[in-house]
Design a binder for this molecule. Sequence first.
Ligand code: ATP
Ligand code: MG
Length: 288
Amino acid sequence: MEVKNTKVIVINNQKGGQHKSTISHHLGVVLAESELKVCIIDADYTQGSLTKMVVGSVEGTGQKGLMHILLDNRTESHEVIVRTNSKNLDIIPSELKVMNRSIDIGLVIAQDEDRITKLKNFVDNNLRGKYDFIIIDTPPKDDLVLRNTLVASDFVIIPTLAADASTEQVPRTAQSIIDVKQNSNPNIELLGILLVQTDGRAKITREARNKMKKLVGEAVFDTEIRKNTKFESLMRDKLSIFDVAERDQVKGAKGAVEYCNLGAEVLKRLNNIEAKKSNKIEQEVSHG
Ligand SMILES: Nc1ncnc2c1ncn2[C@@H]1O[C@H](COP(=O)(O)OP(=O)(O)OP(=O)(O)O)[C@@H](O)[C@H]1O
Ligand SMILES: [Mg+2]
């Protein structure tokens, strides 16, 4: 089997409701549709939204997922990987309970020596080389599980609503990522800040865009995801915006187009990063 050059992307914002789970789902689908092999990981053990969106809750089914990876270092990939309806797309779900009990997994693993590298060890030993992309959805808080996701990842996308109350919180999330980069995972890089729930004509969108550009410059994605009520019922029906566009026969439905654009921009940004890296290596070799 071909060994793939796996990229691990974490979707993170410590503030709730910034479309992390919706983006993890749709970016996964769009990359899988481009013939890339993708595994999405639901690391939001507090809600399991990504799991509900894609395959439905796994509570009471005995299906293992993220919790088992964090609890038991011997967990094997076949125990936690679930196939989805989309060809090329797998998911590692999140169970909300273990043995019928809700647990604060962060507290349970706090004393372990490998407490922040558990997910990384699993990803590196079981998933790297097998998938083109691994996309990790995160909980809306900074705890040991979030740290595990940042340590396991190569790139981070920070989504933010185009509103003051949200953009004001982005530096806090960025600070945790800088912290992890300095102390535990020097490889992690910001792939971009993604503005969501934008409204093209609104002053508030323009202000949010300017504020984020001031913070990170070109690292703000050109693609923006507009406010769109069609997204609200997706989880209930376990559908993606692409399924809805097909069902309603809406050619060029705006949400679907935006997520296709996001997929293309993610690939373009990764290509640019790779090209810069190989230029640097060539320069180093020629200066010998
Ligand atoms: N483009 C959009 N326009 C309007 N609403 C949207 C859009 N995309 C997603 N939503 C809705 O926004 C809400 C929050 O989205 P989502 O659950 O993806 O956020 P989240 O960051 O994962 O939240 P949490 O922090 O609670 O995990 C959901 O009800 C979702 O359906
Ligand atoms: Mg979520």
